[in-house]
Write a protein that binds this ligand. Structure first.
Ligand SMILES: [Zn+2]
Length: 195
């Protein structure tokens, strides 16, 4: 693109929508921007074809108005379904992230034969993406895991939950298979958001 300093020009800004795969951007067929975005790139006041390409959804294009105002910043946004003009909602501050989801389950910790004292302790198993913890209502069998260290949480039979790390394995019993499955399901969800 040849530029004449005296010539009026406009600007082009293209940003990805929230949570969208970064696309490759093209202006009249030429790659522009970096990491799927471009900010205030000077453009001639003319009709331009802007395209956003991503392997997942192909290509979205938008042809600009040829009557752009001098100094106008044309702001576009793309998502998985279109490339369009940015609106107020796109510009607004993103809403705060929902609070990390945490769930607590009532479990008991069976004591192996040979353990002095009662046959089990009971307490709460807390699960979230930042912490997994067993907190007994009595006794000192509490245990804290860094979720990143957990290799698996599985069921052993109907009422036993097995939490495995590379160097350790803990078993807890729950009331029924429904509770056990709820723990497994919630863990599957929480582990996907581990940072
Ligand atoms: Zn115990």
């Amino acid at each position: 693109m040849t530029e004449n300093k005296n010539k009026a020009r406009a600007y082009l800004t293209v940003l990805p929508g929230r949570g969208v795969d970064r696309a490759n951007l093209l202006l009249d067929g030429n790659p522009i921007g970096k990491d799927g975005q471009v900010t205030r790139q000077p453009i001639t006041i003319d009709q331009h074809k802007v395209a956003a390409r991503a392997s997942r959804w192909g290509e979205h294009t938008l042809t600009t108005d040829k009557y752009l105002a001098n100094g106008e910043n044309l702001e576009l946004v793309y998502d998985g379904s279109e490339l369009r003009k940015m609106n107020q909602k796109d510009k607004s501050v993103p809403p705060p992230k929902p609070q990390e989801e945490t769930r607590k389950f009532n479990v008991s910790h069976p004591h192996k034969i040979g353990f002095i004292g009662r046959g089990k302790c009971t307490g709460t198993l807390t699960i979230s993406s930042s912490v997994v913890q067993y907190m007994p209502s009595e006794g000192d069998h509490g245990w804290l895991w860094d979720p990143r260290s957990i290799v698996s949480i599985t069921m052993d039979g109907e009422k036993t939950i097995v939490i495995k790390t590379n160097d350790n394995k803990k078993e807890y019993t729950v009331n029924d298979a429904k509770d056990a499955r709820a723990i497994l399901e919630f863990w599957e969800k929480a582990r996907k958001t581990i940072k």
